[in-house]
Design a protein around this ligand. Structure first.
Ligand code: HEM
Length: 331
């Protein structure tokens, strides 16, 4: 599941940002070199961020050695591929072909090619593994909590026909479950900033120019002080008000999409995409964990929260909802 979700998210974000579908999800096509280059670049960048001594990777970068040489080659390939897409799109737009993607809007906005290239690459990087990480942990957690899974499936079944924007907006239980999953397994586990100048945090902590300051959504999501005694339990109901609406928590308590002026620009899109995938799958299929893999999976902190060994599920066509509910009531 993890691999399928990652491939799907990559195709989706390329379609939205670049207006092209690399077909990474289609196993019958040859491997996408662009997707591979993004993989290599993000894995090596994540290792840079986690390295205890920066001097080592900086020296390797200066000499173009090892992983730094690979990173340079991956970045070169990504830049060249995106520049090629920009050139082709410019020609198409000049001929009057209509395009709705981010790239075309930036071209029409008159930005320089290098600026456009870097902006669309940022979007691909930001959107390619985040929603898939959230969904991987979502499907796993729901398989551990069948009552929540039944509620989500019921809600998805009630939205008969097309899962359009409005139908997805109305899915409150699904949204609550996604928030609860991201509280326990935030796709971005931690996030660092470097101080541009000396500063003092609201609690009086002094920060010097150049200091690295990290906030830790994974730790905050499991903090008893913030979430109460049952902070380690999966309880999607904490996200539902008495009237059934989703509780809007402060981003400073739930900083999964960051807080302040530079919050995630793709949050709304991420929810639409995650709800669409979750509802489409769960209204048709039941997903169970493989018997041999029932223990808690290990989390690998790459740039996003990766599940070690992937997510292996047994997929079955869902029976009619009534018979599921009856079976659950009789046991
Ligand atoms: C569950 C999914 C997602 C999560 C948890 C998430 C989380 C985050 C976080 C924590 C940041 C702040 C990073 C930083 O500045 O240090 C961020 C920024 C950003 N995200 Fe997301 N993201 C998600 C999905 C997406 C998607 C699908 C897109 C694109 C459509 C996107 C686009 C962006 C962009 C462009 C920024 C940079 C904003 C800025 O610097 O002003 N994100 N996201």
């Amino acid at each position: 599941m993890q691999e399928l979700l990652r491939r799907f998210a990559f195709d989706t974000i390329c379609k939205v940002s670049l207006g092209t579908d690399p077909g990474f999800l289609d196993a019958s096509l040859p491997e996408s070199t662009l997707a591979d280059a993004f993989e290599v670049a993000s894995a090596i960048s994540a290792k840079r961020g986690a390295a205890p001594v920066f001097a080592v990777w900086k020296a390797k970068r200066a000499l173009g050695l090892g992983s730094e040489g690979q990173l340079r080659a991956a970045v070169k390939l990504i830049h060249a591929s995106v520049m090629e897409i920009i050139r082709t799109r410019k020609t198409e737009l000049k001929k009057g072909t209509q395009h709705n993607d981010l790239l075309s809007r930036l071209i029409v906005g008159g930005h320089k090619d290098e600026v456009i290239r870097d902006m669309v690459i940022s979007f691909v990087m930001a959107g390619k593994d985040t929603t898939s990480a959230a969904l991987t942990w979502f499907f796993w957690l729901l398989s551990c909590h069948p009552e929540a899974e039944t509620e989500v499936a019921k809600e998805a079944k009630q939205a008969k026909g097309r899962l359009d924007y409005h139908a997805l907006k109305d899915m409150k239980v699904l949204e609550a479950c996604l928030c609860e999953c991201m509280r326990l397994y935030p796709p971005v586990l931690w996030d660092s900033k470097h101080a541009a100048y000396n500063d003092t945090l609201p609690d009086g902590t002094r920060i010097k120019k150049g200091d690295r300051v990290t906030y830790f959504p994974y730790g905050m999501g499991r903090s008893e002080k913030l979430w109460g005694k049952n902070c380690m339990q999966f309880d999607y109901r904490r996200w539902l008000s008495e009237s059934g609406d989703v509780v809007r928590e402060s981003p400073f308590k739930f900083p999964v999409f960051q807080a302040g002026p530079r919050v995630c620009l793709g949050k709304e899109m991420a929810f639409v995409q995650m709800k669409y995938v979750a509802a489409s799958v769960l209204r048709e299929f039941e997903l169970r964990r493989e018997e041999s893999r029932k223990q808690r999976p290990a989390l690998v902190p790459l740039l996003t929260a990766h599940m070690a060994g992937g997510l292996h599920m047994v997929v079955e066509k869902r029976e009619e909802m009534d018979s599921i509910l009856n079976a659950k009531l009789s046991t």
